[in-house]
Design a protein around this ligand. Sequence first.
Ligand SMILES: [Zn+2]
Length: 60
Amino acid sequence: MPQLLAIAEYITKTLAICMVCGAPANHTQRLVASSERVLVGAQGTYEARCRQCFDPTLGQ
Ligand SMILES: [Zn+2]
């Protein structure tokens, strides 16, 4: 199990591309306010972003 998690983390970090500028993304940007219900599985709720494009105030 630890090995599987390590692989999943590797794939996520390797393949995540910032949706704004195309740089390697280390953050997941929430696009919808957290007060909204039924977010699980919703399209367009999250997107990968790099550190520069990540906005922690968005979606709060
Ligand atoms: Zn970016």
